[in-house]
Design a protein. Structure first.
Length: 280
């Protein structure tokens, strides 16, 4: 086959991922409700996986703070073999059930005063490290979620909620970084993004809680203020500066609300811009 023929074949297989995820949406929605309930009571969401699955979990967790201004402690990604395994393969680590439980214990998982939620990620659903982590979490009374491509796997059976994306055989047998990895990435995007939406960190399709640590993001934030207030560019910039980079507070200021009143509204609304605007 030519390069184009191979690319066409792989692309055709990749196109089936969306429908596989769609079939799992009821379980995704249930999982999100569980995660949101835990976070609202001071818990965390912890991803656990090995190899590609572990890297995808760490990636998703690392993108939450800059995207939604959430604490780095809110979403945590753990990979078999530790952070070194993000760059260098550590396949032997995934065969250790002891390490799966140990990594959770070291992170103070499911402390009595903190309702943590665990998401175990494994395409095959047979990874000992990940299964042991899920079993450990259940023993400690935590809510558990499996993200896998194998409905009858031990991981699916070990978790409270199993999100199963049955993508079928890979073009290259055994290469779960292909369709399976793509499906896992989509599911994790849904879990984290919808959780943040439910927690009020998105308003009218805009990332109103994002961090603005460079010029590009400052411009994007002031454009959002201008759009949501609505107001001209200069008013948006003044409001954003007066709010010290707090985009949601800046929207209230740009609408002519005094800063002390605006802060009170945001505090009473629990940081939800929609509720603060409705109250005013």
């Amino acid at each position: 086959m030519s390069s184009l023929e191979i690319a066409t074949l792989i692309n055709k297989e990749d196109a089936t991922v969306a429908s596989a995820v769609q079939r799992a949406l009821p379980q995704v929605a249930r999982a999100i409700d569980d995660v949101v309930a835990g976070l609202r009571h001071g818990g965390r969401l912890i991803y656990v996986g090995a190899g590609t699955s572990g890297r995808l979990g760490v990636l998703d967790a690392s993108e939450i703070p800059p995207t939604f201004s959430a604490s780095p402690e809110l979403f945590i990604g753990l990979i078999a073999g530790g952070d070194r395994a993000l760059r260098l393969s550590s396949e032997h680590s995934e065969d250790s059930p002891e390490l799966g439980a140990q990594d959770l214990a070291l992170n103070g998982f499911a402390h009595q005063s903190r309702p943590d939620t665990l998401v175990g990620i494994a395409a095959s659903g047979r990874t000992p490290f990940t299964i042991a982590a899920v079993e450990y979490a259940r023993r400690h009374g935590a809510q558990t979620i499996a993200v896998t491509c194998n409905r009858s796997s031990p991981l699916s059976k070990a978790a409270h909620v199993a999100i199963v994306t049955e993508v079928g055989p890979e073009v290259i047998a055994g290469s779960t970084r292909m369709k399976a990895g793509t499906a896992q990435k989509v599911v994790l995007n849904l879990l984290s993004t919808l959780t943040m939406i439910r927690l009020g960190r998105v308003y009218r399709g805009l990332m109103v809680d994002m961090r603005t640590h460079n010029a590009k993001l400052v411009r994007r934030a002031t454009n959002m203020v201008g759009h949501l207030a609505p107001c001209d560019e200069e008013t948006a910039k003044r409001a954003f500066d007066a709010a010290n980079g707090d985009l949601k507070l800046a929207v209230l200021l740009a609408r002519g609300i005094e800063i002390d009143t605006a802060r009170t509204l945001m505090r009473r609304s629990g940081g939800r811009l929609r509720s603060a605007l409705a109250e005013h």
